[in-house]
Design a protein around this ligand. Structure first.
Ligand code: PCA
Length: 324
């Protein structure tokens, strides 16, 4: 792995030599994932349309910057652009938490409306931190992976469950399980060493981590539909000429549209792969569903109570959109 400083140094020298701007774009997930594939397309479109004047190098899978450090490196301008899982910002500002509230938005239509309702506040919060939102790419719905079938929460009580954001830790608590924060690349080892026994994530991450080697039950609880966001350092963006800025914004718009278009197909394909490897795919029992919905209500209330002035309007806008 190249060190961040040497990559930036090489990038800097090269960009002076060919009068092209080189941007480094760390991303958290590997090349098999939809958000990463969209990032490559986004970078390619910009390179082509600017005749190579802006060359964005995608460093996938945390290879240049660790996931948890990507927000800071974009904010401080260490890298110009980067991708993150929106939920990891949950502790910085409650507006970011809209993304991981269980059972608030469980279909792609609802997730799109929730995003529409939350986006203005997310844009403002990022702006205050010196960053500009470029685009978001949704994940498939988050489902429950366990060793044994789960017909009610009593079946996983006390188990160690993977968490990947402040909200998923809280969810694990309320489910009567023990939350353990684990990043995607560490999932197989965490299962094999017994650090975790269960997780809630997409079929895509189940496939990527070959979940069938460790757990055999997959319950489609459709807990929420989170997103990755791509953010750019404001100064780096301002530094571009107007024509290039326009190309970047247009490519970002297309990237976001592609994400919503492709995610449902990806969810189906990855679920089929889980089935092919022998995962027992089940719908939640009525009991489990009602227990989880009750937790969703608690978490929505806690979320609103954490900052009623900011969150209240997001929820009101979302409910209005849903009713239309
Ligand atoms: N995969 C990532 C984020 C959401 C998802 O489906 C993860 O499990 O960390």
């Amino acid at each position: 792995m190249l060190k961040l400083t040497s990559v930036l140094l090489i990038g800097g020298l090269m960009s002076t030599a060919c009068l092209a701007e080189k941007w480094h774009m760390p991303t958290p997930y590997g090349d098999g994932y939809l958000p990463t594939q969209i990032d490559y397309e986004f970078a390619k479109e910009i390179k082509t349309k600017t005749d190579g004047k802006l060359d964005i190098i995608v460093h996938s899978g945390g290879s240049l910057v660790k996931h948890t450090e990507i927000p800071r490196s974009v904010q401080t301008g260490q890298v110009q652009i980067g991708e993150i899982f929106l939920g990891i910002l949950g502790n910085q500002n409650p507006v970011f938490k809209h993304d991981n509230i269980p059972f608030l938005a469980t279909t792609f239509r609802q997730a799109k409306l929730l995003w529409k309702a939350a986006k203005p506040e997310v844009v403002k919060a990022l702006n205050k931190q010196g960053m500009k939102l470029l685009y978001a790419v949704p994940w498939p719905a988050q489902n429950l992976y366990t060793k044994n079938p789960v017909s009610s929460l009593a079946d996983i009580k006390g188990e160690k469950m993977r968490a990947y954001s402040p909200s998923t830790s809280r969810l694990a608590d309320l489910m009567g399980t023990v939350p353990t924060t684990i990043q995607v690349p560490d999932i197989p080892q965490a299962f094999s060493t017994g650090i975790i026994q269960a997780m809630v994530t997409s079929p895509s991450t189940g496939v990527d981590s070959q979940a069938w080697d460790y757990v055999h039950n997959y319950t489609e609880i459709n807990a929420w539909i989170p997103k990755d966001i791509v953010i750019v350092n404001k100064r780096a963006f301002r530094h571009l000429d107007k024509a290039t800025q326009k190309i970047v914004l247009e490519a970002a718009k297309r990237a976001e549209e592609e994400g919503w278009k492709q995610v449902a197909i990806r969810a189906q394909k990855d679920t089929a792969t889980l089935a092919k490897h022998g995962m027992n795919i089940a719908k939640p029992s009525a009991k489990l569903e009602s227990q989880l919905k009750a937790i969703g209500k608690i978490m929505t209330k806690e979320w609103e109570a954490s900052d009623p002035k900011e969150i209240g309007p997001i929820l009101a806008r979302y409910k209005k959109e849903l009713a239309q």
